[in-house]
Design a binder for this molecule. Structure first.
Ligand code: TYD
Length: 210
C-alpha cells in the first residue's frame, strides 16, 4: 500500500536508518527490504561491482535485480496492503548509473528511465539522507569493501544528480541532514512515514509512471 525508499550516497547513514525503522515502526508491520541483494540476481550484481568489467552489464544487472525485487517482494507486499521500506531503489540507478554510463551511452538518464518505463512502481515517499561528500568518505574510509562507487568524483556527481531528481519531484522527496544524530534522523523519518501511511489509509491514490 505504501512504498518508501531510503536513498543517499555511500556513507550517508541510510543503512543505519533503514535498520532502525523496522523496530521503530513495528506496529505498522513493515516489509524491510533492499536493493541490490534481495533476490538471487544480487549475487551477480555484487560480482559485477567487484569485477568492474562492463558498466552496461552492471547497469542491466541492477535493473534485473530491481525487476526480481519488484516481482518477488515489493508487488506482493503492496498487494497485501503492506508498508514496504527499501534501502535503495530506482533513484540509485538514476544517479549512480548516470555517472558510470557517462560517455558510454548517449543521455544515460533518459536511457535509464526508458529501461524502467512501464513496469516499475515509483515510491510514494523517498527519504534522502544528505551529507557532504567529505563526511561520507570519512565514514566509508573505515569500511573494508572499497567499492568503485566510493570515490570522491563519483560521489560528488551522484550527490548532484540526487539533488536534480529532488528538483524534478519535490513532493516525493524528504531530505534529511545525515550529519544529525541517528536518533534524531530516525524520529523525523519515522514521523514522515507514519503521516504518509495514515494519509494513504484515507484513500490517496499512488503513482505508477517513472
Ligand atoms: P549498497 O549495498 O546499498 O551499499 P551501501 O550500503 O554502501 O550503500 O549498494 C552497493 C553499491 O551499489 C552502492 O555503492 C550503490 C550502488 N548501486 C548502484 O550503483 N546502482 C543501483 O541501482 C543500486 C541499487 C546500488
Amino acid at each position: 500500500m505504501l512504498l518508501v525508499t531510503i536513498e543517499g550516497i555511500d556513507g550517508s547513514g541510510k543503512t543505519t536508518l533503514h535498520k532502525a525503522l523496522g523496530p521503530c515502526l513495528s506496529d505498522l508491520d513493515p516489509v524491510i527490504t533492499c536493493e541490490p541483494g534481495s533476490t538471487w540476481i544480487g549475487e551477480a550484481v555484487r560480482r559485477a561491482i567487484r569485477e568492474q568489467s562492463d558498466p552496461i552489464a552492471e547497469a542491466l544487472l541492477f535493473v534485473a535485480d530491481h525487476a526480481a525485487h519488484l516481482r518477488e517482494v515489493v508487488k506482493p507486499a503492496l498487494a497485501e496492503g503492506r508498508l514496504v521500506i527499501s534501502d535503495r531503489y530506482i533513484d540509485s540507478r538514476l544517479v549512480y548509473q548516470q555517472v558510470t554510463l557517462d560517455g558510454i551511452i548517449l543521455d544515460p538518464l533518459s536511457w535509464l528511465r526508458s529501461v524502467h518505463n512501464g513496469w516499475t512502481i515509483m515510491p510514494d515517499l523517498t527519504i534522502l539522507l544528505a551529507v557532504p561528500v567529505s563526511v561520507a568518505l570519512e565514514r566509508t574510509g573505515r569500511r573494508e569493501s572499497g567499492e568503485h562507487f566510493e570515490q570522491e568524483p563519483v560521489l560528488t556527481r551522484v550527490y548532484e544528480y540526487y539533488m536534480q531528481l529532488v528538483e524534478e519531484d519535490k513532493a516525493r522527496f524528504l531530505i534529511l541532514d545525515g550529519t544529525l544524530p541517528p536518533e534524531h534522523i530516525l524520529k523525523v523519518a519515522a514521523g514522515a512515514i507514519r503521516y504518509r501511511h495514515s494519509e494513504l489509509k484515507k484513500g490517496r491514490s499512488r503513482k505508477v509512471s517513472v
